[in-house]
Design a binder for this molecule. Structure first.
Ligand code: CU
Length: 133
């Protein structure tokens, strides 16, 4: 008897949640112009290499090799925020919110290690290195 009451209460809550989700859809789609926001892309950035921040807390690929003066583009469509942070402050990347890109020009040869300041080792493996020849 008592468990029947609990089941009915959960069923009612489920109906309310479904109604709330349906209600939140229309203001989102009208504000976003109809189709929602397209994913961020490095395609038009002019970068020579693209690195993707992933939902599994990695950079893919974690390394890239370019020539001095070229650009690297980081893109994040993972659904969570990341950063592109230079290990030794040799370049400026910064925050990489979901749906965004960061483009960095590397004018000088060298090895540029970076990580995500939100997901650093040893807990995560969000590290990588740009090699500039
Ligand atoms: Cu991260």
């Amino acid at each position: 008897m008592r468990s029947n009451v609990v089941t009915l209460a959960l069923g009612a809550a489920g109906v309310v949640l479904l109604a709330a989700c349906g209600g939140s859809t229309s203001p989102y789609s009208s504000g976003g112009g109809g189709g929602g926001t397209p994913p961020a892309s490095c395609a038009s950035s002019g970068a020579s290499a693209t690195i993707t921040a992933t939902a599994s807390f990695t950079f893919g690929p974690s390394t890239a090799t370019i020539t001095a003066g070229q650009k690297v583009c980081w893109v994040n469509n993972s659904g969570i925020s990341h950063t592109v942070t230079s290990d030794d402050a040799r370049f400026t990347g910064g925050s990489l919110p979901n749906g965004s890109t960061v483009v960095v020009t590397f004018p000088a040869a060298g090895s540029y290690a970076f990580h995500c300041s939100f997901h650093p080792p040893p807990t995560y493996n969000m590290t990588g290195t740009i090699t500039v020849n």
